[in-house]
Design a protein around this ligand. Structure first.
Ligand code: NAI
Length: 296
């Protein structure tokens, strides 16, 4: 099984922060990309954001106006899942919830062709468990992009127990053809990055609950002295507190309540308040509504 050809059709399900970024990268790489979301307004927002991002790249001379126009023409709104029947690769980027992902893939299996690859952008859920609901779990693989997708090179390609090695290789080759740096991992809770990064956030929350310093000071110290690109609070604002809480909880549960991964009660407070970070205009910091995510 080879990397996707240029004429292959990519479907992206979920047009939030990640789905929009994935659609942008796949369309820029030359694919027709069909975008679906349970909320049609999310697709509108994603398409507006992508077009605005390409407009800015064209204005800066990083993309020609003709390239931007052609890429816009490759983005297709899919009003229903049935419209994704001709997809060669489906990338799911919906809510981080095992039951929701399983139900979606079970429905998709009866829509797409038998040789279509099914990929999940899950941050932390077991690819094995998501695939277990499928008739053909061997064609399900994790394709875990990082936020913001156009800027971040890393993609974790994650194999569940049943994933066919050729499917994982095809997705790795495809990610590389899209200019990304894929790394292969087996499905373990949080995979590589979200496992190693959990204590970074957890210690940030602990410092905050002990009132050691305010978020801006902790972020500044980690950026300027720690050498991190972002401090824990600005990074969680970028990820989205709903998504980050779901990931923390999923890793905590998967390790049978290992205390190292205990979610903070303050974390849930942020979610309950709707202070979800950049996408909500408010997290630890305030943001302009509809701010375009950082671009290369
Ligand atoms: P988001 O909340 O920005 O977007 C999720 C979108 O999925 C929403 O537009 C929602 O309407 C849609 N949706 C929810 N259930 C659906 C369903 N059943 N069918 C169709 N559409 C549905 O979330 P985000 O941040 O884009 O995350 C999506 C996935 O990507 C999650 O699994 C998350 O763990 C993963 N991820 C998130 C990262 C981040 O930094 N935010 C990084 C890497 C992975």
């Amino acid at each position: 099984m080879a990397a996707l050809g240029q004429t292959s059709i990519v479907a992206v399900i979920g047009s939030g922060a990640m789905g929009a970024g994935i659609a942008q990268v796949a369309a820029a790489a030359g694919h027709t990309v069909k975008l679906y979301d349970a909320r049609p307004d999310a697709v509108d927002k994603a398409l507006d954001g992508i077009c605005s991002a390409w407009g800015k790249l064209a204005a800066k001379g990083k993309m020609s106006a003709a390239e931007a126009e052609a890429a816009v023409g490759r983005l297709v709104r899919a009003p229903s899942l049935a419209q994704l029947a001709d997809a060669d690769l489906v990338i799911e980027a919906i809510v981080e919830n095992l039951d929701a992902k399983r139900a979606l893939f079970a429905e998709l299996e009866s829509i797409v062709a038998d040789d279509a690859i099914l990929a999940t952008n899950t941050s932390s859920l077991s690819v094995t468990a998501i695939g277990a609901a499928l008739r053909r779990p061997e064609r399900l693989v994790g394709m875990h992009f990082f936020n913001p997708v156009p800027l971040m090179a890393l993609v974790e390609v994650v194999s569940g127990l049943a994933t066919d090695a050729a499917v994982a290789q095809a997705v790795q080759d495809t990610a590389a053809a899209w200019g990304k740096s894929p790394v292969h991992a087996k499905s373990t809770p949080g995979f590589i990055v979200n496992r190693v990064a959990r204590p970074y956030y957890a210690e940030g929350w602990r410092l905050l609950s002990e009132q050691a310093a305010d978020p801006a000071s902790i972020d500044a110290v980690m950026r300027e002295a720690g050498g991190f690109r972002m401090g824990p609070f600005e990074l969680m604002d970028l990820i989205g507190h709903d998504v980050n809480y779901a990931v923390t909880k999923s890793v905590f549960d998967a390790y049978y309540g290992d205390q190292r991964f205990t979610p903070s009660v303050l974390q849930l407070e942020m979610v309950d308040a709707g202070f979800l970070g950049r996408k909500a205009g408010r997290g630890f910091y305030r943001y302009a509504e509809n701010a375009v995510p950082p671009q290369p």
